[in-house]
Design a protein around this ligand. Structure first.
Ligand SMILES: NC(=O)C1=CN([C@@H]2O[C@H](COP(=O)(O)OP(=O)(O)OC[C@H]3O[C@@H](n4cnc5c(N)ncnc54)[C@H](OP(=O)(O)O)[C@@H]3O)[C@@H](O)[C@H]2O)[C@H](O)CC1
Ligand SMILES: [K+]
Length: 503
């Protein structure tokens, strides 16, 4: 799903009104009634106090329509107008009049701290103060009102987005913004909903299709995309019935050191479970028996050294090479890695200690094969690209890096971002149970397994990240977040492939 900027959404809004021959007020009514239906579905006529805070722009207008429709359904609703200016949008004014025709309990005005209503933990609060029109940080009594709402500990539903959140920048900590429990957003999600610094303010997210102009949505270019099942499915390549293992490539997985051979077992299992035709694993000698015992399907090649990689001597022509998991950073291993990079032209996948070796020996960067996939977690990324001011600055630096070295960066996190060629693909599968030892090793194996089957590296990264999360979701459903271990993710790849096409 495309992720649009505020400007693009406003354009979509205007085009919809023109092309569908409707008024802006009708579009607001549509968005707000769909939202009301979602609220009604969830709260089922509950006898709770619903307190709606409405700004005086169109986000506030949405709030007024939701208030009217909820009152018509018999809910207890109290509306507060957050009077941050004397200007009002037309649709706010119109819906203000309509609300007054629906109820005798007229909205209360908030103009300063003295007007703040008492709030209870049991209230259901709807935040319709600011939406995509926010253009400066919240200050003075408005900021204090937001603090007051957050402090209530009530359930907070944000309309379109939490008030105070910007779409294109991140504010310093001292500025206030609504910390929502749930956000219902119109038409497309917003990039900030997925950034580590801002995602916690959004709570659970639902995106409502409010029927904005299809043609515009389809043709308008964006560089951020959310990858859910629909987008992942499109990348999948079915297997031909008339095929043999040679069609699915030969993956070479290199890494491991004394005490860290487990990582090689995980990566190798994942590559096999993802469908690589053949997998050879290159490890220090101490890994030989472990791998041969754990995975009879894999072939094993060993270094001359017992405990670490010192010379990656293989006589294969692999379809893809995956390097780094559990490898350590011994100087001999760095030299072996350098020789490997110099001798390899096909895209590689580099993870873990492979990335750390590059960070500590930046001259290795120039040998990186084009379109290689690098899979850093936040600390590894920082070592690679340097510190960043905030998440937007990080994305800018990531873009520069991917363009300079023509590589694909997979930024692992609760929403993993795959970045290449100026585009960002935000993953929407996975769960907190996957924050566990070895989860990254499995991801490396999955992406390697896909590249081995001739997926383009970028497609392999996007689909691999999605399948990794999907498999983790399937495991968590049966085992809980806590009990999920990385081997489960690899073992459940079969269920993940099946689920990709199950509705
Ligand atoms: N296409 C859609 O998705 C639809 C969106 N709808 C809803 O409309 C809002 C956007 O409404 P808009 O009126 O453009 O903007 P806001 O309601 O967010 O803000 C209103 C004005 O508030 C002023 N402002 C901005 N920041 C501050 C601040 N920090 N303090 C005080 N005032 C502020 C600003 O006006 P100024 O003239 O003062 O600059 C804003 O214009 C969208 O989010 C949806 O909820 C439609 O209902 C349906 C279609
Ligand atoms: K809002």
């Amino acid at each position: 799903m495309k992720i649009f900027s505020a400007e693009q959404l406003k354009k979509a809004d205007a085009l919809t009104i023109k092309n569908q021959n409707i008024t802006s007020e009708e579009l607001m009514e549509r968005a707000a009634s769909l939202t009301t239906e979602e609220i009604h579905k969830r709260i089922q006529n509950a006898e709770i106090d619903i307190k709606i805070f409405c700004g005086v722009g169109n986000n506030g207008g949405d709030g007024l329509v939701i208030a009217r429709l909820l009152i018509e359904k018999g809910y207890h609703v109290k509306v507060f107008v957050v009077n941050y200016t004397d200007k009002r949008s037309d649709d706010f004014l119109l819906n203000y009049e309509r609300l007054k025709e629906t109820t005798n309990d007229w909205p209360e005005y908030i103009k300063d701290e003295g007007d703040f209503p008492a709030l209870s933990q049991n209230d259901f609060i709807i935040d319709a103060i600011f939406g995509i029109g926010l253009n400066r940080p919240l200050e003075g009594w408005i900021a204090n009102l937001v603090k007051h709402i957050n402090n209530s500990k009530a359930f907070i539903l944000a309309i379109d987005m939490p008030s105070g959140l910007f779409l294109d920048r991140i504010l310093k900590k001292e500025y206030q913004l609504i910390s929502a429990s749930f956000t219902i957003s119109f038409q497309t999600p917003k990039l900030v909903f997925f950034l580590p610094q801002t995602m916690d303010y959004v709570g659970d997210l639902q995106v409502l299709d409010i029927g904005l102009d299809r043609e515009f949505l389809n043709s308008e270019k964006t560089n951020s995309n959310l990858i859910s099942k629909h987008e992942a499915r499109v990348l999948y390549k079915p297997r031909k019935s008339n095929s043999h293992k040679g069609d699915y490539g030969h993956a070479l997985i290199i890494g491991g050191s004394y005490g860290k051979i487990g990582s090689m077992v995980l990566t190798t299992t994942a590559a096999l479970r993802t469908g690589a035709g053949l997998v050879s694993t290159f490890v220090p000698k101490c890994g030989y028996t472990i791998l041969q015992t754990a995975l009879p399907e894999a072939m094993v090649i060993t270094d001359k050294n017992e405990e670490k990689l010192t010379n990656i001597d293989h006589s294969m022509d692999p379809s893809v090479i995956c390097f780094g998991m559990g490898a350590g950073k011994d100087q001999m291993t760095v030299q072996a890695f350098k020789k490997l990079l110099q001798a390899t032209e096909k895209p590689m996948l580099i993870d873990a200690d492979g990335l750390n070796m590059i960070s500590e020996n930046k001259e290795l960067l120039e040998f990186l094969p084009k379109k290689s996939v690098l899979t850093p977690h936040p600390k590894e990324l920082e070592r690679l690209i340097g510190e960043w001011e905030d998440d937007f600055d990080k994305l800018k630096k990531v873009e520069e890096f991917t363009k300079t070295y023509d590589v694909i960066l997979v930024l692992k996190g609760s929403h993993t971002f795959t970045c290449a060629e100026g585009n960002i693909y935000i993953n929407n599968s996975g769960n907190p149970g996957m924050a566990t030892a070895g989860s990254g090793d499995v991801l490396s194996g999955i992406i390697t397994g896909l590249i081995s089957q001739q997926y383009e590296p970028l497609a392999a990264a996007i689909l691999g990240v999605y399948l990794h999360g999907l498999s983790g979701d399937i495991v968590a459903e049966n085992k809980s977040y806590q009990a999920l271990i990385s081997g489960d993710i690899a073992e459940n790849m079969g269920a993940a492939f099946q689920s990709l096409f199950a509705d």
